[in-house]
Write a protein that binds this ligand. Structure first.
Ligand code: NAD
Length: 270
């Protein structure tokens, strides 16, 4: 909107693959980076985003202890780090009252419960295992599998770069939940080896890791005589970064203090 001041973003994980992409992708006429935070032991600390070749911005990367000073002058915090880092940093973010875009994946069940308890009803937050628009369309499509006959078996395949630590991906877990809900599945098999025939009512999830693959997810529905495949391929991290930036603009519009999903941002949830 003409005359509107740019939205001030504090990016946590600024020296990482996702944080760097978000900083580069945020259009300068609508967003300004006011905080760039990384792990305290990173060589990036104390260097500017320009020196690090992340973006042409003279802003220094600072350690997590700087969050308390940075958050009051930011409109939205975006965090793409690691589960352990989120457990450490989120109490400061919640105490700041600032809206949050949380993209970190790989939380254990206990960490996930802690994150929800720390954020829910405290600050407006969009938490998503995948911020790309297409992958969220895939989540929505998973619910349509309920209409297939019982003799269709459903499998999920995901592929990511060799630097990804968690498997299966957070996105695959979200898809698995949606498929299991739609199909009434009670168990999930991660990979398959040895003597184990597929049982009815069982979801199968497999992960590949290799090279620079930014991320592919596919849902297969195997019928006795035909196969249906829903597939999403991210060409680059820009797909996630642009979704996260869209979510930042959405959450800044005086949302209530609760944890939203990317489906809420895209208007897929009623
Ligand atoms: P990366 O390893 O390239 O970067 C991690 C960043 O976190 C680094 O800048 C590091 O300094 C920072 N960090 C680590 N500990 C920290 C701490 N205590 N405080 C502040 N910063 C800290 O990782 P990446 O590939 O950018 O991925 C980051 C996370 O985002 C992962 O969990 C990944 O699975 C997830 N991810 C999510 C989406 C999505 O759409 N939701 C897409 C891609 C990746």
């Amino acid at each position: 909107m003409p005359g509107t001041s740019p939205l001030r973003l504090c990016v946590v994980g600024a020296s990482g693959r996702m944080g760097g992409t978000i900083i580069r992708e945020a259009p300068a006429d609508r967003f300004v980076i006011t905080g760039a935070v990384a792990a305290a032991d990173e060589p990036a600390i104390g260097k500017t985003l320009k020196e690090l070749d992340i973006a042409d911005i003279d802003l220094k990367v600072t350690p997590p202890a700087s969050l308390r000073d940075l958050l009051p002058s930011a409109d939205v915090c975006l965090s793409f780090t690691s589960p352990a880092a989120e457990v450490e940093n989120l109490p400061s973010v919640a105490a700041s009252g600032r809206p949050l875009i949380l993209g970190t994946t790989g939380f254990s069940e206990a960490q996930h419960a802690y994150v929800l308890e720390t954020l829910n009803a405290k600050i407006p937050c969009v938490m998503a295992s995948n911020f790309s628009i297409g992958a969220n369309m895939l989540f929505a499509m998973a619910s349509t599998l309920k209409s297939l006959p019982a003799d269709f078996d459903i499998s999920v395949l995901e592929m990511h770069h060799s630097g990804k630590a968690d498997a299966p991906s957070g996105t695959a877990k979200t898809i698995a939940e949606a498929v299991s809900k739609a199909r009434g599945y009670s168990s999930t098999v991660y990979g398959r080896s040895g003597m184990s025939k597929r049982a009815r009512g069982e979801l199968e999830v497999a992960s590949f890791r290799g090279g620079g693959m930014p991320g592919e997810h596919a849902i297969y529905a195997f019928g006795p005589n035909e196969m249906l495949k829903f597939e999403h391929l991210a060409f680059s991290r820009s797909a996630f970064a642009q979704g996260a930036i869209l979510a930042a603009a959405w959450i800044a519009q005086n949302r209530e203090p609760r944890v939203f999903s990317m489906l809420d941002v895209l208007g897929f949830n009623p």
